[in-house]
Structures are given as C-alpha cells and as structure tokens.
Design a protein around this ligand. Structure first.
Ligand code: DMJ
Length: 643
C-alpha cells in the first residue's frame, strides 16, 4: 500500500491517506484520515452549537417546557406529591425549592457541557498536533484491533458433527519384504522432497530444487500460501511422517492467512487447499484444518457472483472480485474448473451445517442439466455471463477431465445415493466413448480431443487418469457393463504405459499422437516434457486395486525408478523438458502435486488395500482422500448436522 504525503493545512485539499478497502477488511473501519478530520471538526462545531443554543435560548423553565427525554437526567425522581405534575409529554413544575433545585441542575449541566466541549476541543487540537507517523501508528493499532476481532470471530469452533466412518487410516503395511522395501523407497523420496522444500522453500508455494529457493505460479496468486505444505499433509500422514506433519500443521496454524490481496484460481485453491485441509482434518482430527478450510471457502464464494452462478476462474481473496482467464474462449469459464468443486463443497456443508456451499454446486449441476449438449458432449467452455457454451471443444484431458471424474465421485461419496450424478456420468461417458475413444492402427486404445466436429488424434498425459476413472466407475455402470469399463480402464492404462515406455527416460510426455506411423509418441517439442505428473500412476493404482494384476506394480516401479534417476536432484525433484533426450534439462520446479498425488499413489500401490479402502474413501482430483458420506439423493438430508 502506498501512502501519499500528508500536506500542511494550507488551503490545499489534503490528499486522503489510503486506508480504504485494502487496509481494513471491515468497511466501518475504512475511514480515510481526511474524513476523520472532517468528522472531528463537524463534531466540535455541533458541540459548540448545542452549547451556544443552551445559553442563548430564553429560559422558559419558569413556565413550562417540553420533555425532550432529558428528564431522567435532569430531574431523576419527579415527585408529583411536591407540586410537580406529570402531564404526558409535559412537565409543569411547582415553585419554591423545586425551582431552585432545577436551576442547580441546569447549572450542573452547563458546566458538564462546557467541560465536555473543552475536552473535545483539546483532543481535536492534540490530534492535529500529532505527526503523520503517529496518526498512522494509531490507525494501524485500530486496524490490528479490527483484524484481531475478525480473526477471533472466524476462529470460533464450528458445531460438531458426527464423523463419518474413518477406517483404514493407519493400515497398509505389506507382508512381502520386497514390496515393503519399495514402499520404503517411496517414503524416502517423499522425505527428500519435503526436507528440501522445508529447507529452501518453506512457506512458499513450491520449490525450485536447483536454484534452491521458493517458487510460485499465477494459480496461487502473489502470496506465500504454502501450497506444498497443504498439499503434502495427508501424504505425510499416511506415510507415518508425523514430525513433518506436525511441522506443517504448526505453519498452517500460525501463518496460513487468507486475508491477502491476491488473485487465485478458484479450482486450484479448491482442489489443493480445501481438499488438502479437509483430508488432513479427517485423517488427524485436528480442528485447525477444518477451520482453515471453512475460512478459505468463504473467500471463494464471491467467485459465484456472476449472472448465471457459474463461478469465475479467478477471485481476489481480499476484494472478492472475480474474472476469467484471458485465453479461455471469449471470457468463458472452464468445465474442469467450475465442474470440480462438488466433493469439497458438499463436505463443507456437511461439516458446517451450512447449505451455502452445497447450493452453489447443485446450482451448477442443475444449469448444466438444462443445457443442450452437441452430440451429447459437454464443451470445455461456458460463458458465465450469458450461460452459453463457448467453443465446441471437448476433452477428457486438460479443461474437461475432472468434471467427469467428479460426476462419478459425487455418486460414490454419497454412498451411491446421488443417482442423478451417476446418470450424468453414464450419459457423458457414453458420448465420449462414441465420439472420442478410438483404437490406433497398432491396437492402442486412446482418447482424442473433439474440436468443432473433428477428432484430434492426440491424447494428453492428463487424460491418462481416465483409465482409473473407468475402473472406479465399472461397478454400478448402466446395463451392467462393469466388465467393459474395467477392460477400457486396462486398455487406457496400457496405452499410457506405452507412452512412457517409448521414451528414452521411461517417463511420459505431456501429450502424444496417434497419427500415421506415430503411436503414443510426442511430436512437437513443446509436448515432450514431464513435470512430475501423477495421472498414469493414478491409473496403475486403481487398476491394481480392482484387478491385483502384478503388472501394475511393475509399471509403477518402473516409473518410480525413472523419477528417482532423472528427476531427483540434491535439492529435491524437478520436472524434465524432454523425455526423449538422454541428457535432459530440468524445468527446476517441484510441483506441489508431486507430493500430494504422484508419491501418494505410488505409496498406495505398494501398500495393502486396507489403507484407505475405496468403499470408505473417495479421492478428490488432487488425491486428497475424503470419507464417504451417506447422503440422500442430491440432498443433505442424510446429514444430521444439516439444519
Ligand atoms: C493436479 O493438480 C490434479 O490432478 C488436476 O486434476 C489436474 N492435474 C494436476 C496434476 O497433473
């Protein structure tokens, strides 16, 4: 905040000290300094006027006067037996010592007003004598008081709700020595990532493991919000890294503050921060995580203030002003962003008993249900002002992916009660299968991208999560096609494994083609990078849970070794710019999702199934486990806390 200099009282208008909205969270506390002076002067003038009026008005007390409600002050106990008569609004006084007493009271009052007036003038003079710094210091103190008050208010414990069945939090130790060793290796990698972040990037959003300093991107805004800490907490917890977990908790407790003038991505903050905090709360039972999650959610709510209720992509946490990404189809919101809020928001309503979060996401769902879908497909872009689709592009990778995932997971997390979500999921994947899923000449099943009626035969690394999604949704599928979807999941897992296997580093590129002679290989230079993404490993893990085919552990182990060999540096883990080059260069970013997702899914792959069993837990799109809630179909009526 810049403060213009305070000019002397020389007839020029004082430029206001900027203590506006950015200085105070509460509008009543946002008086500008010049306004304070003006108020002060008006006040003194008012007092002077009253004082003068009191002296110069004719003394009518000998006769009668209006009761201005001052009687209690002037004549506290009117004793009508002594001659005074109380006639409604008028008081007619008797004579003699009553009159004398009355004069005394008036005199006392005059003295009091005079003293008050002088005191106020003295104070005003004192204030004006103070230096700019002193005034600022006073205002700062006032501001701190307001902030403290608000914090106290925000930190009030939430009403308790019965916790859902939290099983399988501390399980999973494999009996097999080889598997145990692999699991321990993954835990060691987590420790390496955490320790270096702890040492070089603590409190920053992410780590630059080569430069050995903090890193951030625009999705987190311009504040140090400790994204890696929040994202990593539940992985630390399930790995039994409890000291590290406590360090993270302490940082969050003391430093994680959302009253910052920072514009963040609603989607990213929801999946990483709210998802991470909620999972940490459910796993550890520590209230601080729940409180922070609710505080943060409150800061995201203004993003929904659009003509349609479809939220903006970004919101300023302090001002609540929202907007969309400039590159997104003429000011559109993005399907994968506004469609990936459901899980976290339903949990927020469950935990607080406040339906506001639930209503926001259900409103989005209802709106989508009403809209026409070209070929039954959901376009990636929707304009939040007009409620119309933007470009007719459809993707199961970037811009679309987790929308489909959350339809399925809404059904799963409601204990399969939310059949409306299941139906939307079934309809969506039927259209996807029809228009987007193809087999390559070499027999690889891939999911392409739909662009204005044309299928682009390219699949993104992000799209590889869909193998796991198809497997997870197999049970309960329409027309009992469970076998079909499990098979589809296996085929996608195989294709994605090929995309890894066909590289020099055995790590997958960002996007790969199925065109002409090219199969599961990146063609463009700017699609050859690997940034520690989890999706392929995520699919291996789901496939492992549903089939126990050892090849998934084998593929997972190949990926672990490749990451350890090519992405590990002494200061942490880094992405690489070209997976086809034998001497790769680093991008020097340790992504927070590497700790939240990639290492977690690897660890789960080498754990027993009783660690976070899928009947009881549903993982959000950032791999944060949230417990299943038994909720009646699309309502919160199954929630005893819902009021
Ligand atoms: C993660 O933040 C989430 O998985 C999200 O849904 C998309 N991709 C990144 C990791 O690649």
């Amino acid at each position: 905040m810049t403060t213009p200099a305070l000019l002397p009282l020389s007839g020029r208008r004082l430029p206001p000290l900027n203590l506006g909205a950015s200085a105070f969270p509460h509008h009543r506390a946002t008086l500008r300094l010049s306004e304070k002076f003006i108020l002060l002067l008006i006040l003194s003038a008012f007092i002077t006027l009253c004082f003068g009026a009191f002296f110069f008005l004719p003394d009518s007390s000998k006769h009668k006067r209006f009761d201005l409600g001052l009687e209690d002050v002037l004549i506290p106990h009117v004793d009508t037996s002594k001659g005074g008569k109380n006639l409604g609004g008028f008081l007619i006084h008797g004579q003699g010592h009553d009159e004398h007493r009355h004069r005394e009271e008036e005199e006392r009052l005059r003295n009091k007003i005079r003293a008050d007036h002088e005191k106020a003038l003295e104070e005003a003079k004192e204030k004006l004598k103070k230096s700019r710094d002193e005034i600022q210091a006073e205002i700062q103190t006032e501001k701190n008081k307001v902030v403290q008050e608000l914090k106290k208010k925000d930190s009030k414990p939430l009403p308790p709700v019965p916790l859902p069945n939290l099983i399988g939090i501390n399980s999973g130790e494999p009996a097999d020595l080889d598997i145990r060793e692999k699991r321990n290796k993954i835990k060691e990698m987590m420790k390496h990532a955490w320790d270096n972040y702890r040492q070089y990037g603590w409190g920053h959003n992410e780590l630059k493991p080569i430069a050995r300093k903090g890193h951030s991107t625009n999705i987190f805004g311009n504040s140090q919000m400790g994204a890696t800490i929040v994202d990593a907490l539940d992985t630390l917890y399930i790995m039994g890294l409890h000291d590290e977990f406590r360090e993270g908790q302490e940082w969050i407790d003391k430093n994680l503050d959302f009253s910052v003038n920072s514009e963040v991505s609603v989607f990213e903050v929801n999946i990483r921060f709210i998802g991470g905090l909620l999972a940490a709360y459910y796993l550890s039972g520590q209230e601080v995580f729940k409180i922070k999650a609710v505080q943060l959610a409150g800061k995201l709510l203004p993003a929904f203030n659009t003509p349609t209720g479809i939220p903006w992509a970004m919101v300023n946490l302090k001002s609540g002003v929202g907007r969309n990404w400039g590159w997104a189809s003429a000011g559109s919101s993005i399907l994968a962003e506004f469609g990936t809020l459901h899980m976290e928001f339903v949990h927020l309503s469950y935990l607080t008993g406040d339906p506001v979060y639930y209503n926001k996401v259900m409103h989005i769902r209802k709106l989508l249900q009403k809209m026409d879908r070209p070929n039954g497909l959901y376009p990636n872009y929707l304009n939040p002002r007009t409620g119309r689709w933007g470009q007719h592009h459809t993707s199961v990778g970037g811009l679309g992916d987790s929308f489909y995932e959350y339809l399925l997971k809404a059904w799963l997390m409601s204990d399969k009660m939310d059949t409306e979500a299941r139906k939307m999921y079934d309809d969506a994947i039927e259209a996807i299968e029809k228009h987007l899923i193809r087999k390559s000449n070499g027999g690889l099943t891939f999911i392409g991208e739909w662009k204005n009626g044309h299928l682009e035969r390219k699949m993104g690394h992000l799209t590889c999560f869909a193998g796991g999604m198809f497997a997870l949704g197999a049970d309960g599928s329409r027309d009992d096609k469970a076998g079909h979807y499990l098979q589809l999941g296996a085929e996608i897992a195989h294709t994605c494994h090929e995309s890894y296997d066909r590289t020099t580093l055995k790590l997958g590129p960002e996007a790969f083609k199925f065109d002409g002679g090219v199969e599961a290989v990146a063609v463009r230079q700017n699609e050859k990078y690997y940034i520690l993404r989890p999706e392929v490993i995520e699919t291996y893990w789901y496939m492992w849970r549903f089939t126990h085919d050892p090849k998934y552990r084998q593929w997972g182990w190949e990926a672990t070794q490749a990451i350890d060999k090519y992405c590990r540096v002494s200061g942490g883990f880094s992405g690489v710019k070209d997976v086809y080059s034998s001497s790769p260069t680093y991008d020097d970013v340790q992504q927070s999702f590497f700790l939240a997702e990639t290492l977690k899914y690897l660890y789960l792959l080498f754990s027993n199934d009783d660690l976070l069993p899928l009947d009881n837990w549903v993982f959000n799109t950032e791999a944060h486990p949230l417990p299943v809630l038994h909720l009646a179909n699309t309502t919160l009526s199954g929630n005893p806390a819902y009021r």
